[in-house]
Design a binder for this molecule. Structure first.
Ligand code: DX5
Ligand code: ZN
Length: 218
């Protein structure tokens, strides 16, 4: 299992230091939450921030768009330096087209599913997806409580992917901490996104190791 710390819970006044701390701690990628104040109530990061981080960290930039009409902004985020780009199925009518627009630019394409959204929404495009972001909170804010009913959705998605022998990655986002990380691992996720459970701890290495279930020695 891999980990993508979400900079939503970082200290934006010391962003680069915080990014370096998770890179040193053994994070696999950096999760960047983009919110527009429409699809979700909160407003966060735009392409300029991603552009500033590009080249300053070796971590791949995993950009999670929680915005309406996401297709309008794919190019900007790709040019800014996204190595993976996800958008929400609830915000997009032409899913198949949108996924291929991202992939054609050489960027990994994923879709996010809110807790109330069924897997049938992605059934026919699953082979086209590089990854699926299963939301375990209603998106908008860091530090919310994990919604346990989503575990059965993760298990079902794991089954769908394995049955078709697909390389699609399952990423889980929201409320991941020491208690919930083992649950999603058991349900079959490949990547955990964690904001407050990483940046809320002084010792980032200890936090990352705990979430991944690694021993403290390494
Ligand atoms: C939720 C965001 C998450 C968020 C996770 O709207 O998509 O990536 O930062 O934060 P935690 O890990 O604190 O729940
Ligand atoms: Zn996210």
């Amino acid at each position: 299992m891999k980990i993508a710390p979400s900079i939503l819970s970082a200290d934006f006044g010391r962003l680069l230091e915080d990014v370096e701390s998770v890179e040193k701690a053994g994070a696999h990628m950096l999760h960047i939450d983009v919110m527009d104040g429409h699809f979700v109530p909160n407003i966060t990061i735009g392409p300029v921030v991603i552009q500033s981080l590009k080249g300053r960290t070796k971590l791949p930039l995993d950009v999670h768009l929680m915005i309406e009409q996401p297709e309008r902004y794919f190019d900007e985020f790709i040019q800014a330096g996204a190595s993976a780009l996800s958008f929400h199925v609830e915000a997009c009518v032409h899913l198949h087209k949108a996924i291929h627009e991202i992939k054609e630019k050489g960027v990994r394409a994923g879709v996010g599913l809110n807790p109330g959204t069924a897997l049938t929404s992605i059934e026919y495009i699953l082979p086209d997806l590089d990854f699926v972001v299963v939301m375990t909170v209603n998106p908008g804010f860091g530090g919310q409580a994990f919604i346990p009913s989503v575990l059965s959705k993760i298990e079902e998605l794991r089954r769908m992917i394995d049955e078709q022998n697909l390389p699609t990655i399952i990423s889980v986002d929201g409320g991941i901490n020491e208690k919930t990380a083992p649950l999603v691992k058991k349900a079959g996720v490949d990547v955990i996104v964690a904001g407050s459970a990483v940046f809320g701890q002084k010792d980032r290495k200890k936090a990352v190791n705990k979430l991944l279930g690694r021993s403290q020695k390494d």
